[in-house]
Design a protein around this ligand. Structure first.
Ligand SMILES: CC(C)(COP(=O)(O)OP(=O)(O)OC[C@H]1O[C@@H](n2cnc3c(N)ncnc32)[C@H](O)[C@@H]1OP(=O)(O)O)[C@@H](O)C(=O)NCCC(=O)NCCS
Length: 162
């Protein structure tokens, strides 16, 4: 792959006005997408929610994360399918790290489908390590799928993902 991230792409807070674009990406990116209601609930709860915006205001991707006492739980990170593989996921992960540091949180953790190799690789490349397995965590066609739990300890993350 040789394509680069969109020049001038920058993270902005996600608001209700962004949800048409966000939900359109979400439904293209996942077989079992979040609903609009999931995003509305996350914004209402005050979770961290940002979108990666391109130079003409278009939504490239986004993340939603729930701050806890000492950790940030990354609930959703998604890049528009047509713009994947150019470093946008890495940009979003870097922003997640910056936000967690600004909140003085010690770690970031997430669940990822056991079959989602691309996301696994991205997280590993950014310093996340596997810390557990949740059996049957995700819906899947006619069955359930395991989630791998991954964690990034921020003290060990200097230079990774930023
Ligand atoms: C997982 C996801 C967020 C990653 O986003 P992305 O923008 O594709 O991620 P990146 O481009 O930063 O990295 C992906 C690949 O592109 C490569 N890449 C990154 N920047 C690049 C560049 N400038 N030039 C060439 N290749 C590049 C990376 O090396 C990486 O390769 P690898 O997967 O073989 O290791 C995205 O694929 C996605 O939205 N998937 C569907 C939803 C999903 O699964 N979300 C995660 C749920 S846990």
């Amino acid at each position: 792959m040789s394509a680069q991230p969109q020049p001038g792409a920058a993270c902005r807070p996600m608001t209700l006005h962004d949800l048409d674009a966000v939900v359109a990406i979400e439904t293209r990116a996942y077989e079992f997408p979040w609903t609009r209601g999931n995003f509305i609930d996350s914004l209402a709860a005050g979770y961290l929610a940002e979108r990666l915006e391109g130079p003409t205001g278009e939504t490239i991707g986004y993340f939603v994360a729930m701050p806890g006492v000492d950790e940030l739980h990354l609930l959703n990170i998604t890049v528009a399918p047509a713009l994947q593989g150019r470093g946008h996921g890495g940009l979003l992960l870097g922003e997640v790290v910056q936000r967690a540091r600004a909140l003085h949180l010690g770690a970031i953790w997430l669940e990822v489908r056991a079959s989602n190799e691309r996301a696994h690789r991205l997280y590993r490349r950014h310093g996340y390590v596997e810390i557990g397995l949740r059996r049957g965590y995700y819906p899947a066609a006619g069955r359930r799928e395991d989630a791998v739990v991954m964690k990034l300890a921020l003290a060990a993350a200097d230079g990774a993902g930023a």
